[in-house]
Design a protein around this ligand. Structure first.
Ligand code: PXP
Length: 237
């Protein structure tokens, strides 16, 4: 069975919308653990739009399950990652204007830069994964860079599943998953996975880990809102 990494970035997105101290992703991580999260995933973006360095540092002291830190191949965040040394680091592409991580890392185009980042993280004793599109050229080159895992970007499948044309994208993911496993690497996947589309991806042979954020945080607002209103009503009255 695949394990679940709960991405709590969007708890911090809500906090940053007001530049206040709630909701705290550290509190969210504890609740996610109580719910059975096998790992906590956070993305320390260069623009700090959600997760802050303080979150990473406090989480690394307080979370019992492994932390998977997503980061770009950029010096400033690599220094922090190597200093904190979470269990796992996932190298992702970053564009400031994007709403979310819109595609996988281009290891074909930036092999040297990625290899350098991988070496720095590995030297710090961190398990390293690359976030790649389900593309054979990217997987083959990525697999040569001394990494331990590849996380397949499931965005195209997620978009297609919303339009009921997901089978071709699922087959692409299945073939890419086999390529990752044949290279002797751990297979994981994520991006755009929801309560509706997750099951076929979880069933891919050898799937080790799924990283899911937006859909879980979105649902948590809905399932918790009723109680939150009740609590406020009680205080007012
Ligand atoms: N995996 C990686 C590498 C990501 O960058 C993201 C988005 O931050 C996710 C998984 C989770 O995507 P979503 O929030 O759509 O579930």
């Amino acid at each position: 069975m695949a394990i679940l990494g709960v991405n709590i970035d969007h708890v911090a997105t809500l906090r940053e919308a007001r530049k206040t101290n709630e909701p705290d992703p550290v509190w969210a991580a504890a609740l996610a653990e109580l719910g059975g999260a096998d790992a906590i995933t956070i993305h320390l973006r260069e623009d700090r739009r959600h997760i802050q360095e303080r979150d990473l540092r406090v989480l690394s002291e307080s979370v019992a399950v492994p932390i998977n830190l997503e980061l770009a191949c950029a010096d400033e965040v690599l220094i922090i990652a190597c200093d904190v040394a979470p269990y796992q680091a996932t190298l992702v592409p970053e564009r400031r204007e994007e709403v979310t991580t819109e595609g996988g890392l281009d290891v074909v185009g930036a092999q040297r830069k990625v290899a350098d980042a991988v070496k720095r993280l590995r030297d710090a004793g961190i398990f390293v994964s690359l976030f790649l599109d389900p593309d054979s050229a990217q997987i083959d080159i990525g697999a040569e860079l001394g990494i331990q895992a590849i996380e397949l970007h499931t965005g195209a499948y997620a978009l297609a599943s919303a339009r009921h044309h997901a089978q071709t994208e699922l087959e692409t993911l299945i073939a890419a998953g086999k390529r990752v496993r044949d290279a002797g690497l751990t297979l994981s996947a994520g991006h755009g996975l929801t309560y509706r589309n997750v099951m076929p991806v979880a069933a891919i042979e050898g799937m080790r880990e799924l990283n899911i954020g937006h859909s879980i945080i979105a649902r948590s607002i809905m399932v918790g809102l009723e109680q939150a209103v009740r609590d406020m009503k009680r205080l007012i009255s």
